[in-house]
Ligand binder design. Structure first.
Ligand SMILES: Cc1cc2nc3c(=O)[nH]c(=O)nc-3n(C[C@H](O)[C@H](O)[C@H](O)COP(=O)(O)OP(=O)(O)OC[C@H]3O[C@@H](n4cnc5c(N)ncnc54)[C@H](O)[C@@H]3O)c2cc1C
Length: 442
């Protein structure tokens, strides 16, 4: 009841919107913030099932606060061009996005098998290759740029979604714990287990067998001439056993957010592997056991002086898929609701942010008549399916190339690493890819 009063809704009253976005993660928040600016004429609502404490939205996500938390926080590397575009569209006069982001000047990638390595540097000292930011912080920051007219409805559970026809225009009715809502366009930004996607019966194409990730915050001290290490770099190791260990730099010196992606057979593998896995989640000694294990895996070979897992290790399943369609009549999926990638290329969120720019650009040109709206959604589907497919193929090929241990795979892969390491031309192509340009629509 309190929640109803808070949102100003009454039993029986139906709130009508032009656009409802379900899911207030980074992608849903960016989408609603951009659309509100582009189309002030639309009535927009953002629905989030978690509670967003209005007075603590940003403070509770304060960078230092995270170190007090006994859980892994998810950090993402965001391509420089994308972050610049967010700032340009939402806050051209301010620097919030960059103030709290950690610039990543270079990334270094190692193949444990064969010992090859490459280093990709930012083309300019003044501009980073990418920026790392905590997902929670970024989504709270984006919400602070929502237009005043955009309604945030948090702490809400959707009980049913039904389609109905109103004057030849399809609409959705959402039964929620905060009352009944209707909308002309329903946007699913509600992550990998998307309720919207399930209600619309949109199937998923699963790209590979599931895997597991272990993550946390780590203190890493590297002192090796071979690595040219400094704290503004990301590191990634492709291990002999098919697992991938990635470290993203944090704002605090020598602190990194890490993700270790394990193939599913690790968990069902030898009893030694299973014992290790269980030891990482031991209440008292989990972090210590993991520190020691990771240090043995990579420290000795690569001149790592100290490696200490600072947070309690957390594990979560890695689901990789692409929705068979990103749209339905008057409905559209964005972000992880539409696609989820292997984290090894660090592109999942970037893909979701691009979804937002593309969709807002197309909706900006729509008069919202059903035929026109459907044509814009079809254009979105075509463009974003292709982009997601491309990225998924890159990630899966990389992953399987490193799982394959025959010399026929190892040799060409290592030669490619060396060629890439010495080719400024290839490196500049990849750096350019990390810079976002808004597609032009006719
Ligand atoms: C280990 C790991 C490392 C990664 N590293 C990177 C990286 O370096 N770079 C990168 O680009 N990407 C990275 N990613 C991917 C990135 O984290 C995700 O792509 C991104 O978080 C997706 O954002 P989203 O807003 O689409 O979904 P989410 O962050 O999952 O947000 C969904 C939101 O919807 C809400 N919600 C869910 N269900 C409902 C409902 N029924 N009603 C209302 N609200 C609901 C949730 O509470 C949540 O707030 C990584 C992913 C993993 C797993």
């Amino acid at each position: 009841m309190l929640s109803l009063l808070y949102h100003g809704l009454q039993w029986g009253a139906v709130m009508e919107f032009d656009v409802i976005c379900v899911g207030g993660g980074v992608v849903g928040s960016l989408f609603t913030a951009l659309l509100g600016r582009r189309r002030p004429d639309l009535k927009i609502a953002l629905l989030e099932n978690k509670q967003l404490n209005a007075s603590k939205k940003l403070e509770s996500c304060d960078i230092d606060h995270f170190y007090a938390l006994d859980k892994a926080r998810r950090m993402s590397a965001i391509n420089t061009g994308l972050l610049e575009e967010i700032q340009r569209q939402l806050a051209p006069q301010k620097t919030d996005f960059f103030d709290n982001a950690c610039p990543m000047q270079a990334m270094q990638v190692f193949a444990q098998e064969g010992g090859s390595h490459f280093r990709l540097e930012s083309p300019s000292k003044h501009q980073a290759l990418a920026y790392t930011l905590s997902n929670d912080y970024l989504s709270a920051l984006l919400k602070s740029y929502l237009c005043a007219s955009t309604k945030i409805i948090d702490n809400v559970t959707i009980q049913a979604i039904n389609r109905f026809d109103a004057q030849n225009s399809p609409k959705f009715k959402l039964n929620t714990t905060c009352g009944e809502l209707t909308t002309q366009l329903l946007v699913g930004g509600d992550g990998i287990n998307s309720y919207v996607r399930n209600c619309l019966h949109i199937e998923k194409k699963i790209s590979t067998k599931p895997a597991t990730a272990i993550g946390g915050i780590v203190y890493l001290k590297i002192d090796s001439p071979q690595l040219k290490a400094s704290h503004d770099q990301a590191f990634q190791w492709f291990m002999r056993d098919g697992s991938v260990i990635g470290f993203l730099p944090d704002r605090q010196k020598d602190h990194f957010s890490f993700v270790w992606s394990l193939p599913s057979d690790y968990l069902n593998g030898s009893s030694e592997q299973q014992t290790h896995y269980q030891a990482f989640f031991n209440k008292e000694k989990g972090a210590e056991n993991l520190s020691q294990f990771l240090f043995e895996l990579i420290g000795v070979d690569y001149g790592i002086h100290a490696l200490k897992v600072l947070s309690k290790p957390v594990s979560w399943p890695l689901n990789r898929f692409q929705a068979k369609s990103f749209i339905d009549t008057s409905a559209v999926l964005i972000g992880d609701a539409a696609h989820s990638l292997h984290p090894l290329a660090g592109q999942g969120l970037n893909l979701g942010l691009e979804d937002c720019f593309t969709l807002v650009e197309l909706l900006g040109q729509s008069d919202f008549r059903p035929i026109n709206l459907q044509a814009k959604l079809a254009a979105y589907n075509w463009q974003r399916q292709a982009a997601s497919q491309r990225m998924s193929i890159i990630c899966e090929n990389l992953r399987s190339a490193f799982e394959n241990k025959t010399w026929l795979a190892v040799l060409p892969r290592n030669i490619m690493f060396d060629v890439f390491d010495h080719s400024r031309f290839l490196q500049s192509i990849v750096s350019q890819q990390m810079s976002y340009k808004i597609p032009i629509h006719n």
